[in-house]
Design a protein around this ligand. Sequence first.
Ligand code: SF4
Length: 351
Amino acid sequence: MSRKTKEIKVGDVVIGGEQRVIVQSMTNTKTENIKDTIRQIHELENVGCEIIRVAVPSMEAAEAIKDIKKAINIPLVADIHFDYRLAIASIENGADKIRINPGNLGGSERLKKVVEAAKERSIPIRVGVNSGSVEKELLEKYGGPDPEAMVESAIKNVRMIEQLDYDQIVISIKSSNVLDTIESYKRISDIVDYPLHIGITEAGTARKGIIKSSIGIGCLLYQGIGDTIRVSLTGEPKDEIKVAYEILKNLGLFDSGIEVISCPTCGRTSVDLIKIAEEVDKRVENIITKKRIKVAVMGCGVNGPGEAKDADIGIAGGKGEYLLFVKGEPIKKVNESCAVDILIEEIKKII
Ligand code: SF4
């Protein structure tokens, strides 16, 4: 059962409450390079990114937000460390949310100025704690950035903002350690009802990062914890979005798009199924549909259609040809060389 959280508005997107889980990412261009940043955000919008975060390490980056905002269609979050003036400038230039670590902005007076600027425009603040940002005294108290230390750090930072009479807060509490991340979010979700931005930080390059993120984010969402997700990968931000939706689809939390299932191949396979499955996977990525469609790519005509009974459409390998099937029923035989084209044509008929 989903944990009930407070609703927080980020631009025109609502996080928390009864809303479905929102997918977000972060650009890896220099924010000061307005053209490249806009181009990357457009690419991310096209694959379903719903909120985008940009790093704001300089005043030039904070000023760039103004032009970037005019050209994009999704809410923008400014990510700020240390310099409170960058947070204020980002808000003034149109950021829809800021991500800060209140403890590293240089004292309560500076934090107060940031919170006042956010309050004036009703801009939510994400308190972003990670294992590397836990305060020295908490590290000493707990002997390292373990879940207790991270939760105490996050709560301390949240209370600082609440004391300034502001409650438009989102929390993240990430570690690169999957179990610590899960434990931290579980603990904090018992203490506060602010929406939680979940993810595994510094998860790594594609293969390992996808595994870590799927386990960490997947376990939390399965327990009803998490209102918005960011998959962190050392790679293309576009891939983060694709992985995020795969996680949501597999948990039944997102109900549209094409799911490709393919068999592992075995001694009955007489076609180059691995190549074909990869090609189908790649080509369906560009097909947008609001329906939920299951496509099967199977190695043999003997067991394939039966094994993929619940697929809407699929192909099953024979000798130099494939059998096209719909809902497990054979339709026609197609040549190996044009099997993918025919399958894609058939998918397009039902989207
Ligand atoms: Fe083997 Fe056929 Fe099953 Fe694929 S569908 S694993 S080829 S039996």
